[in-house]
Design a protein around this ligand. Structure first.
Ligand code: NAI
Ligand SMILES: C[C@@H](CO)CCC[C@@H](C)[C@H]1CC[C@H]2[C@@H]3[C@H](O)CC4=CC(=O)CC[C@]4(C)[C@H]3CC[C@]12C
Length: 369
Protein backbone atom coordinates (compact mmCIF):
# COMPACT_ATOMS: atom_id res chain seq x y z
CA UNK A 1 0.00 0.00 0.00
CA UNK A 2 2.66 2.50 1.11
CA UNK A 3 4.64 1.84 -2.06
CA UNK A 4 1.79 2.31 -4.53
CA UNK A 5 2.06 5.14 -7.05
CA UNK A 6 -1.05 6.88 -5.64
CA UNK A 7 0.42 7.26 -2.14
CA UNK A 8 3.78 8.51 -3.38
CA UNK A 9 3.10 12.10 -4.33
CA UNK A 10 5.34 14.39 -2.34
CA UNK A 11 8.51 16.13 -3.46
CA UNK A 12 10.95 17.13 -0.72
CA UNK A 13 14.07 19.23 -1.01
CA UNK A 14 16.84 18.98 1.59
CA UNK A 15 19.46 21.71 1.34
CA UNK A 16 22.81 20.75 2.83
CA UNK A 17 21.66 17.16 2.34
CA UNK A 18 25.21 15.82 2.23
CA UNK A 19 26.29 17.34 5.55
CA UNK A 20 26.49 15.64 8.94
CA UNK A 21 22.84 16.34 9.82
CA UNK A 22 21.62 16.53 6.20
CA UNK A 23 22.63 12.95 5.40
CA UNK A 24 20.68 11.68 8.44
CA UNK A 25 17.63 13.74 7.37
CA UNK A 26 17.83 12.29 3.85
CA UNK A 27 18.07 8.71 5.11
CA UNK A 28 15.32 9.28 7.68
CA UNK A 29 12.96 10.68 5.03
CA UNK A 30 13.51 7.61 2.87
CA UNK A 31 12.71 5.36 5.84
CA UNK A 32 9.89 7.29 7.46
CA UNK A 33 7.98 9.25 4.79
CA UNK A 34 5.93 6.74 2.81
CA UNK A 35 4.31 9.51 0.72
CA UNK A 36 7.65 10.52 -0.78
CA UNK A 37 7.84 10.48 -4.57
CA UNK A 38 10.99 12.52 -5.18
CA UNK A 39 13.76 13.54 -2.80
CA UNK A 40 16.00 16.33 -4.00
CA UNK A 41 19.35 16.54 -2.27
CA UNK A 42 20.96 19.95 -2.75
CA UNK A 43 24.53 20.59 -1.62
CA UNK A 44 27.69 22.39 -2.59
CA UNK A 45 29.51 19.05 -2.35
CA UNK A 46 27.62 15.89 -3.22
CA UNK A 47 28.52 12.66 -1.41
CA UNK A 48 29.19 9.40 -3.33
CA UNK A 49 26.82 7.56 -0.91
CA UNK A 50 23.89 9.20 -2.72
CA UNK A 51 24.36 6.75 -5.60
CA UNK A 52 23.28 3.76 -3.50
CA UNK A 53 19.98 5.52 -2.67
CA UNK A 54 19.02 5.84 -6.31
CA UNK A 55 17.96 2.21 -6.65
CA UNK A 56 15.00 2.44 -4.23
CA UNK A 57 11.33 3.28 -4.91
CA UNK A 58 11.87 7.02 -4.35
CA UNK A 59 13.43 9.15 -7.05
CA UNK A 60 16.54 10.63 -5.45
CA UNK A 61 17.78 13.67 -7.35
CA UNK A 62 21.24 14.94 -6.49
CA UNK A 63 21.66 18.66 -7.17
CA UNK A 64 25.08 20.21 -6.89
CA UNK A 65 24.37 23.84 -6.07
CA UNK A 66 25.09 26.86 -3.93
CA UNK A 67 22.47 28.45 -1.65
CA UNK A 68 24.04 31.86 -2.20
CA UNK A 69 23.01 31.66 -5.87
CA UNK A 70 19.32 32.62 -6.00
CA UNK A 71 18.72 31.09 -9.45
CA UNK A 72 20.18 27.72 -8.44
CA UNK A 73 18.01 27.66 -5.33
CA UNK A 74 14.86 28.65 -7.26
CA UNK A 75 15.45 25.89 -9.82
CA UNK A 76 15.84 23.30 -7.06
CA UNK A 77 12.79 24.51 -5.09
CA UNK A 78 10.39 24.69 -8.07
CA UNK A 79 7.73 22.00 -7.67
CA UNK A 80 8.80 20.91 -4.16
CA UNK A 81 6.09 20.55 -1.50
CA UNK A 82 8.44 20.87 1.45
CA UNK A 83 11.90 22.38 1.89
CA UNK A 84 14.12 21.33 4.78
CA UNK A 85 16.86 23.93 4.89
CA UNK A 86 19.84 22.53 6.79
CA UNK A 87 22.62 24.00 4.60
CA UNK A 88 24.84 26.33 6.54
CA UNK A 89 28.39 27.30 7.25
CA UNK A 90 29.13 25.94 10.73
CA UNK A 91 32.28 27.78 11.64
CA UNK A 92 33.25 28.91 15.11
CA UNK A 93 36.97 28.39 14.48
CA UNK A 94 37.71 31.29 12.14
CA UNK A 95 38.12 29.14 9.03
CA UNK A 96 35.82 31.31 6.91
CA UNK A 97 35.49 35.10 6.88
CA UNK A 98 32.48 36.71 8.62
CA UNK A 99 31.32 37.88 5.17
CA UNK A 100 31.24 34.31 3.84
CA UNK A 101 29.39 33.08 6.95
CA UNK A 102 26.73 35.78 6.44
CA UNK A 103 26.53 35.12 2.72
CA UNK A 104 25.81 31.41 3.22
CA UNK A 105 23.74 31.50 6.42
CA UNK A 106 21.74 34.71 5.91
CA UNK A 107 21.67 35.39 2.16
CA UNK A 108 21.35 31.65 1.50
CA UNK A 109 18.30 31.51 3.77
CA UNK A 110 16.81 34.62 2.09
CA UNK A 111 17.22 32.87 -1.25
CA UNK A 112 15.42 29.78 0.04
CA UNK A 113 12.50 31.86 1.37
CA UNK A 114 12.20 33.89 -1.84
CA UNK A 115 12.36 30.70 -3.92
CA UNK A 116 9.45 29.24 -1.90
CA UNK A 117 7.44 32.43 -2.44
CA UNK A 118 8.18 32.62 -6.18
CA UNK A 119 7.57 28.97 -6.95
CA UNK A 120 4.61 28.30 -4.64
CA UNK A 121 6.27 25.96 -2.11
CA UNK A 122 4.28 26.19 1.12
CA UNK A 123 6.26 24.40 3.82
CA UNK A 124 9.70 25.41 5.04
CA UNK A 125 11.57 23.81 7.95
CA UNK A 126 14.73 25.64 8.98
CA UNK A 127 17.62 24.17 10.99
CA UNK A 128 18.47 26.93 13.41
CA UNK A 129 20.67 26.40 16.48
CA UNK A 130 20.69 26.77 20.26
CA UNK A 131 23.40 29.35 19.53
CA UNK A 132 20.63 31.75 18.48
CA UNK A 133 19.82 31.97 22.19
CA UNK A 134 23.19 31.46 23.81
CA UNK A 135 25.54 31.20 25.55
CA UNK A 136 25.66 35.01 25.37
CA UNK A 137 28.83 37.10 25.45
CA UNK A 138 28.39 37.62 29.22
CA UNK A 139 28.59 33.86 29.84
CA UNK A 140 25.23 33.73 31.64
CA UNK A 141 24.15 30.14 32.32
CA UNK A 142 20.98 28.84 30.66
CA UNK A 143 19.87 26.09 33.04
CA UNK A 144 17.09 23.65 32.02
CA UNK A 145 15.54 26.42 29.95
CA UNK A 146 12.74 26.13 27.43
CA UNK A 147 11.64 28.12 24.37
CA UNK A 148 10.02 30.75 26.61
CA UNK A 149 12.76 31.15 29.20
CA UNK A 150 13.90 34.78 29.32
CA UNK A 151 17.58 35.11 28.42
CA UNK A 152 19.71 38.00 27.24
CA UNK A 153 20.63 36.74 23.76
CA UNK A 154 23.51 39.01 22.78
CA UNK A 155 26.22 37.80 20.43
CA UNK A 156 29.25 39.12 18.62
CA UNK A 157 30.54 36.04 16.82
CA UNK A 158 29.48 35.79 13.15
CA UNK A 159 28.11 32.24 13.45
CA UNK A 160 25.45 32.83 16.15
CA UNK A 161 24.69 36.29 14.74
CA UNK A 162 24.09 34.83 11.27
CA UNK A 163 21.95 31.97 12.61
CA UNK A 164 19.87 34.44 14.66
CA UNK A 165 19.30 36.68 11.62
CA UNK A 166 18.40 33.74 9.42
CA UNK A 167 16.01 32.33 12.00
CA UNK A 168 14.26 35.70 12.29
CA UNK A 169 13.85 35.86 8.49
CA UNK A 170 12.32 32.37 8.44
CA UNK A 171 9.86 33.13 11.24
CA UNK A 172 8.88 36.48 9.72
CA UNK A 173 8.19 34.75 6.42
CA UNK A 174 5.48 32.61 8.02
CA UNK A 175 2.13 33.61 6.51
CA UNK A 176 3.59 35.27 3.38
CA UNK A 177 1.56 34.60 0.25
CA UNK A 178 3.33 32.24 -2.12
CA UNK A 179 2.79 31.90 -5.88
CA UNK A 180 -0.75 30.56 -6.31
CA UNK A 181 -2.14 32.56 -3.38
CA UNK A 182 -1.70 30.15 -0.46
CA UNK A 183 0.32 30.98 2.66
CA UNK A 184 3.85 29.94 3.51
CA UNK A 185 4.16 27.94 6.75
CA UNK A 186 7.58 28.02 8.37
CA UNK A 187 9.19 26.87 11.55
CA UNK A 188 12.67 26.67 13.04
CA UNK A 189 14.36 23.86 14.96
CA UNK A 190 17.13 24.70 17.38
CA UNK A 191 19.40 21.71 18.02
CA UNK A 192 21.83 21.88 20.92
CA UNK A 193 25.28 20.36 20.21
CA UNK A 194 24.59 17.45 17.86
CA UNK A 195 26.55 14.18 18.14
CA UNK A 196 26.47 10.82 16.40
CA UNK A 197 27.75 9.07 13.31
CA UNK A 198 29.64 11.55 11.11
CA UNK A 199 30.41 14.13 13.83
CA UNK A 200 33.63 15.77 12.68
CA UNK A 201 34.59 17.36 16.03
CA UNK A 202 34.21 14.01 17.81
CA UNK A 203 36.49 12.50 15.17
CA UNK A 204 39.02 15.32 15.75
CA UNK A 205 38.99 14.75 19.53
CA UNK A 206 39.42 11.02 18.99
CA UNK A 207 42.44 11.45 16.75
CA UNK A 208 43.90 14.06 19.10
CA UNK A 209 43.53 11.56 21.97
CA UNK A 210 45.27 8.85 19.95
CA UNK A 211 48.14 11.22 19.15
CA UNK A 212 48.47 12.02 22.87
CA UNK A 213 48.92 8.35 23.77
CA UNK A 214 45.27 7.60 24.55
CA UNK A 215 44.73 10.65 26.76
CA UNK A 216 42.66 13.80 26.60
CA UNK A 217 43.16 16.60 29.09
CA UNK A 218 40.23 18.06 30.99
CA UNK A 219 39.98 21.80 30.51
CA UNK A 220 36.38 22.43 31.54
CA UNK A 221 35.01 21.78 35.04
CA UNK A 222 32.66 18.78 35.16
CA UNK A 223 30.03 21.05 36.76
CA UNK A 224 29.51 23.02 33.51
CA UNK A 225 26.61 21.23 31.83
CA UNK A 226 25.62 21.13 28.18
CA UNK A 227 22.60 19.63 26.46
CA UNK A 228 23.52 17.37 23.58
CA UNK A 229 21.25 15.66 21.12
CA UNK A 230 21.68 12.57 18.95
CA UNK A 231 21.74 13.27 15.20
CA UNK A 232 19.13 10.57 14.48
CA UNK A 233 16.68 12.28 16.82
CA UNK A 234 17.38 15.69 15.28
CA UNK A 235 16.71 14.19 11.84
CA UNK A 236 13.53 12.53 13.14
CA UNK A 237 12.28 15.83 14.54
CA UNK A 238 12.83 17.49 11.14
CA UNK A 239 10.88 14.74 9.37
CA UNK A 240 8.04 14.89 11.87
CA UNK A 241 7.77 18.68 11.65
CA UNK A 242 7.71 18.48 7.85
CA UNK A 243 4.93 15.88 8.02
CA UNK A 244 2.81 17.74 10.55
CA UNK A 245 3.21 21.31 9.31
CA UNK A 246 0.26 21.17 6.92
CA UNK A 247 -2.28 19.75 9.39
CA UNK A 248 -1.10 21.89 12.29
CA UNK A 249 -0.17 25.07 10.43
CA UNK A 250 -2.02 27.38 12.82
CA UNK A 251 -0.24 25.94 15.85
CA UNK A 252 3.23 25.30 14.43
CA UNK A 253 3.65 28.08 11.87
CA UNK A 254 6.21 30.69 12.95
CA UNK A 255 7.28 28.63 15.97
CA UNK A 256 10.70 27.62 17.27
CA UNK A 257 11.46 24.28 18.88
CA UNK A 258 14.58 23.16 20.72
CA UNK A 259 15.74 19.72 19.54
CA UNK A 260 16.12 17.50 22.59
CA UNK A 261 16.22 13.85 23.58
CA UNK A 262 17.20 11.69 26.55
CA UNK A 263 20.95 12.30 26.31
CA UNK A 264 22.31 13.16 29.78
CA UNK A 265 23.40 16.65 30.78
CA UNK A 266 27.17 16.67 31.13
CA UNK A 267 30.16 18.88 30.43
CA UNK A 268 31.20 18.86 26.76
CA UNK A 269 34.30 16.80 27.54
CA UNK A 270 32.60 14.34 29.93
CA UNK A 271 29.86 13.78 27.40
CA UNK A 272 32.38 13.02 24.63
CA UNK A 273 34.02 10.51 26.97
CA UNK A 274 30.76 8.48 26.92
CA UNK A 275 31.93 7.40 23.45
CA UNK A 276 35.67 7.96 23.51
CA UNK A 277 36.09 6.11 26.85
CA UNK A 278 34.84 2.78 25.45
CA UNK A 279 37.18 3.36 22.47
CA UNK A 280 40.18 3.38 24.80
CA UNK A 281 40.70 7.08 25.64
CA UNK A 282 41.10 8.48 29.15
CA UNK A 283 40.28 11.97 30.42
CA UNK A 284 43.13 13.22 32.56
CA UNK A 285 42.27 15.86 35.15
CA UNK A 286 44.74 18.67 34.63
CA UNK A 287 42.47 21.47 35.70
CA UNK A 288 44.58 22.28 38.75
CA UNK A 289 47.62 22.57 36.48
CA UNK A 290 45.81 24.51 33.77
CA UNK A 291 43.62 27.12 35.48
CA UNK A 292 40.96 28.98 33.53
CA UNK A 293 43.04 32.16 33.16
CA UNK A 294 45.80 30.15 31.49
CA UNK A 295 43.32 28.55 29.08
CA UNK A 296 41.97 32.00 28.28
CA UNK A 297 45.52 33.18 27.63
CA UNK A 298 46.15 30.21 25.31
CA UNK A 299 42.84 30.82 23.54
CA UNK A 300 43.70 34.50 23.04
CA UNK A 301 47.16 33.54 21.80
CA UNK A 302 45.55 31.19 19.29
CA UNK A 303 43.33 34.02 18.06
CA UNK A 304 46.34 36.31 17.73
CA UNK A 305 48.34 33.66 15.86
CA UNK A 306 45.39 33.06 13.56
CA UNK A 307 45.30 36.75 12.71
CA UNK A 308 49.09 37.03 12.25
CA UNK A 309 49.39 33.90 10.12
CA UNK A 310 46.31 34.60 8.00
CA UNK A 311 48.27 35.98 5.02
CA UNK A 312 50.41 32.82 4.98
CA UNK A 313 48.26 29.93 6.17
CA UNK A 314 45.02 29.01 7.87
CA UNK A 315 45.59 28.39 11.57
CA UNK A 316 42.25 27.35 13.09
CA UNK A 317 42.61 25.30 16.30
CA UNK A 318 39.58 24.14 18.33
CA UNK A 319 40.51 26.42 21.23
CA UNK A 320 39.76 30.12 20.81
CA UNK A 321 38.11 32.67 23.12
CA UNK A 322 34.68 31.95 21.64
CA UNK A 323 34.79 28.13 21.83
CA UNK A 324 36.25 28.35 25.34
CA UNK A 325 33.41 30.64 26.44
CA UNK A 326 30.78 28.32 24.93
CA UNK A 327 32.37 25.19 26.38
CA UNK A 328 32.70 26.88 29.78
CA UNK A 329 29.09 28.09 30.08
CA UNK A 330 26.22 25.89 31.21
CA UNK A 331 23.57 25.61 28.51
CA UNK A 332 20.88 23.00 29.10
CA UNK A 333 17.36 22.77 27.77
CA UNK A 334 14.37 21.07 29.33
CA UNK A 335 11.20 21.33 27.29
CA UNK A 336 8.31 19.29 25.92
CA UNK A 337 7.08 21.84 23.37
CA UNK A 338 7.81 19.55 20.41
CA UNK A 339 5.89 16.75 22.08
CA UNK A 340 2.92 18.98 22.85
CA UNK A 341 2.78 20.58 19.39
CA UNK A 342 3.44 17.65 17.08
CA UNK A 343 3.82 14.51 19.15
CA UNK A 344 7.62 14.27 19.03
CA UNK A 345 9.23 11.50 21.03
CA UNK A 346 12.88 10.59 20.51
CA UNK A 347 13.16 7.71 18.06
CA UNK A 348 16.47 6.57 19.57
CA UNK A 349 16.91 5.98 23.29
CA UNK A 350 20.08 7.22 25.00
CA UNK A 351 21.41 3.62 25.03
CA UNK A 352 20.84 3.27 21.26
CA UNK A 353 22.34 6.67 20.52
CA UNK A 354 25.37 5.87 22.64
CA UNK A 355 25.89 2.42 21.11
CA UNK A 356 25.55 3.70 17.55
CA UNK A 357 28.00 6.52 18.19
CA UNK A 358 30.54 4.23 19.86
CA UNK A 359 30.36 1.80 16.92
CA UNK A 360 30.97 4.67 14.56
CA UNK A 361 34.00 5.95 16.52
CA UNK A 362 35.38 2.41 16.55
CA UNK A 363 35.00 2.24 12.78
CA UNK A 364 36.76 5.61 12.46
CA UNK A 365 39.72 4.16 14.39
CA UNK A 366 41.64 2.93 11.39
CA UNK A 367 40.85 5.92 9.21
CA UNK A 368 43.27 8.81 8.69
CA UNK A 369 42.67 12.04 10.70
N1 NAI B 1 26.65 20.50 14.32
C1 NAI B 1 25.96 20.99 15.33
O1 NAI B 1 26.23 20.70 16.51
C2 NAI B 1 24.81 21.91 15.05
C3 NAI B 1 24.45 22.30 13.77
N2 NAI B 1 23.37 23.14 13.58
C4 NAI B 1 22.93 23.54 12.24
O2 NAI B 1 22.63 22.36 11.52
C5 NAI B 1 22.88 22.57 10.13
C6 NAI B 1 23.74 21.44 9.60
O3 NAI B 1 24.96 21.46 10.32
P1 NAI B 1 26.02 20.26 10.23
O4 NAI B 1 25.39 19.12 9.57
O5 NAI B 1 26.62 20.11 11.56
O6 NAI B 1 27.10 20.94 9.28
P2 NAI B 1 27.82 20.36 7.99
O7 NAI B 1 28.90 21.32 7.67
O8 NAI B 1 28.18 18.94 8.18
O9 NAI B 1 26.67 20.43 6.91
C7 NAI B 1 26.33 21.59 6.23
C8 NAI B 1 26.13 21.24 4.79
O10 NAI B 1 25.79 22.44 4.09
C9 NAI B 1 26.50 22.47 2.89
N3 NAI B 1 26.73 23.84 2.45
C10 NAI B 1 27.55 24.75 3.01
N4 NAI B 1 27.54 25.86 2.29
C11 NAI B 1 26.68 25.66 1.25
C12 NAI B 1 26.27 26.45 0.16
N5 NAI B 1 26.75 27.67 -0.03
N6 NAI B 1 25.38 25.92 -0.69
C13 NAI B 1 24.91 24.67 -0.52
N7 NAI B 1 25.29 23.87 0.48
C14 NAI B 1 26.17 24.36 1.37
C15 NAI B 1 27.83 21.80 3.20
O11 NAI B 1 28.46 21.34 1.99
C16 NAI B 1 27.40 20.70 4.13
O12 NAI B 1 27.14 19.50 3.42
C17 NAI B 1 23.54 23.94 10.00
O13 NAI B 1 22.58 24.86 9.55
C18 NAI B 1 23.97 24.27 11.43
O14 NAI B 1 23.95 25.65 11.66
C19 NAI B 1 22.62 23.56 14.64
C20 NAI B 1 22.94 23.20 15.91
C21 NAI B 1 24.05 22.36 16.23
C1 LIG C 1 38.09 24.10 25.61
C2 LIG C 1 38.31 22.89 24.70
C3 LIG C 1 39.19 21.90 25.44
O1 LIG C 1 38.91 20.56 25.31
C4 LIG C 1 37.00 22.31 24.29
C5 LIG C 1 36.44 23.02 23.08
C6 LIG C 1 35.13 22.44 22.70
C7 LIG C 1 34.45 23.28 21.63
C8 LIG C 1 35.17 23.07 20.33
C9 LIG C 1 32.97 22.93 21.56
C10 LIG C 1 32.28 23.19 22.92
C11 LIG C 1 30.82 23.54 22.63
C12 LIG C 1 30.68 23.34 21.13
C13 LIG C 1 29.56 24.09 20.41
C14 LIG C 1 28.21 23.78 21.03
O2 LIG C 1 27.96 22.39 21.02
C15 LIG C 1 27.09 24.49 20.26
C16 LIG C 1 27.20 24.51 18.80
C17 LIG C 1 26.06 24.71 18.08
C18 LIG C 1 26.09 24.90 16.68
O3 LIG C 1 25.09 25.31 16.09
C19 LIG C 1 27.33 24.68 15.92
C20 LIG C 1 28.40 24.01 16.70
C21 LIG C 1 28.52 24.54 18.13
C22 LIG C 1 28.93 26.02 18.07
C23 LIG C 1 29.58 23.70 18.91
C24 LIG C 1 30.99 23.92 18.31
C25 LIG C 1 32.10 23.28 19.13
C26 LIG C 1 32.07 23.72 20.59
C27 LIG C 1 32.36 25.20 20.70
Amino acid sequence: MADSAETRKLVYLVTGGCGFLGEHVVRMLLQREPRLYELRVFDLHLGPWLEELKTGPVQVTAIQGDVTQAHEVAAAVAGAHVVIHTAGLVDVFGRASPETIYEVNVQGTKNVIEACVQTGTRFLVYTSSMEVVGPNIKGHPFYRGNEDTPYEAIHRHPYPCSKAQAERLVLEANGRKVHGGLSLVTCALRPTGIYGEGHQIMRDFYHQGLRLGGRLFRAIPASVEHSRVYVGNVAWMHVLVAQELEQRAALMGGQVYFCYDESPYKSYEDFNMEFLGPCGLRLVDTRLLVPYWLLMLLATLNALLQWLLRPLLLYAPLLNPYTLAVANTTFTVSTNKAQRHFGYKPLFSWEDSRTRTIRWVQAVEGSAP
